[in-house]
Design a protein around this ligand. Structure first.
Ligand SMILES: NC(=O)c1ccc[n+]([C@@H]2O[C@H](COP(=O)([O-])OP(=O)(O)OC[C@H]3O[C@@H](n4cnc5c(N)ncnc54)[C@H](O)[C@@H]3O)[C@@H](O)[C@H]2O)c1
Ligand SMILES: [Zn+2]
Length: 326
């Protein structure tokens, strides 16, 4: 069943549509008289590029090698040069067809080209459908620091086709559910219950996005409340970089290192079993990586304080607190 969310923000309005098999009927959602530049990766292209291009009339595309390394300056430059070479104009649009990596780099390119052209996000991974595709954050990585070059730039439309996740690996599918768990634990107990009960995937996506948007609306520029969505991410990003873990799995382990109560720890332990996350890792070297992170300064850091499901807050701690936890 089609779900439509109208997003009204200070920085612009857009629509999020959630509907299975939407990609196969793209003409119902986008204007076919427009010129589109598609950004995708090799995995996603193999499954879905043809489904999209066979319906468009005027388009070009670029296929990046999949993985976090794609969020690079050189790829950003390559996209921008292609747009220029092919004479893309301000009224043309970018389509991001892929996971969070593609949404982030395509969105950043869209925000920069000619001071900003419209971009449509078609997220294909569970992580991107549940979390990354809404909220307007776009970025690339630099010198091993994640998302350090970026912007706030909303897409003109987010078109979510839950059926696309059928081709996703189990580990990536689950990694997306971790972001839903993050949103639920900090801000919406109903979402946690849905995850515990293995609710239908499209209902989880709908619930997660609505919850995230209600937080984003209060703090579009990420200056306060929105920081609670960083739950698990301070340690998670460091783990992700050091051990080359996939984002969602790293964030899961990272949640144990925020300031959580024993009740929350028990809930995490249950999900640990459910997701079959068993990794053990050494924590040396993580501190330096965290100091590079935007959330940690020289002597203080922001962590999430979470005593009760749905009631996360952001708090400042001396760095010594973090060191002790490690
Ligand atoms: N902008 C934001 O608000 C925000 C929020 C959370 C995460 N992120 C970013 O998102 C990225 C992680 O997202 P991700 O996990 O989607 O990573 P990803 O884009 O690398 O996708 C994961 C893997 O799944 C493959 N894939 C994607 N969709 C597929 C499909 N339908 N079928 C088969 N394979 C498919 C990709 O090729 C890739 O190998 C990180 O860079 C993170 O920083 C951004
Ligand atoms: Zn995340």
């Amino acid at each position: 069943m089609k779900k439509l969310i109208n997003v009204e923000l200070k920085n612009g309005n857009y629509q999020v549509i959630i509907e299975s098999n939407l990609l196969k009927n793209i003409e119902d959602y986008i204007d076919l008289s427009q010129r589109y530049f598609i950004v995708t990766d090799d995995n996603v292209a193999a499954y879905y590029l043809e489904t999209l291009t066979s319906q468009l009339k005027n388009f070009d595309y670029i296929v990046l090698a999949n993985g976090e390394a794609a969020k690079s300056f050189s790829n950003l430059q390559m996209i921008l040069e292609k747009l220029l070479e092919l004479n893309y104009e301000r009224t043309d649009q970018i389509i991001a067809l892929g996971g969070g990596v593609i949404g982030d780099i395509a969105g950043l390119a869209a925000s920069l080209y000619m001071r900003g052209i419209a971009y449509i996000n078609i997220p294909t991974s569970s992580l991107a459908q549940i979390d990354a595709s809404v909220g307007g954050k776009v970025a690339i990585d630099l010198a091993g620091v994640k998302n350090v070059i970026g912007d706030f730039y909303n897409s003109s439309q987010v078109l979510i086709d839950p059926a696309l996740t059928a081709s996703l690996s189990k580990e990536h599918y689950q990694a997306g559910l971790v972001e839903a768990l993050k949103i639920g634990l900090t801000s919406n107990s109903k979402l946690v219950s849905m995850l515990e009960a293995d609710a239908e995937y499209n209902l989880i996506v709908n619930q997660a996005i609505r919850t995230k948007l209600s937080i984003v609306k209060e703090d579009e520029m990420d200056l306060g409340l929105r920081n609670i969505l960083n739950f698990g991410h301070t340690f998670g990003h460091a783990l992700e970089v050091k051990y080359n873990l996939i984002h969602g799995e790293a964030v899961f382990y990272g949640m144990y290192y925020d300031d959580i109560s024993s009740d929350i720890k028990n809930i995490l332990d249950k999900f640990k079993e459910k997701f079959d996350y068993k990794r053990e890792f050494a924590t040396d070297g993580l501190m330096d990586l965290m100091i590079n992170d935007k959330k940690v300064s020289k002597d203080m850091c922001s962590l999430i304080k979470l005593d009760k499901v749905g009631a996360g807050t952001v708090a400042r701690y001396p760095l010594a607190y973090l060191k002790e936890k490690l």
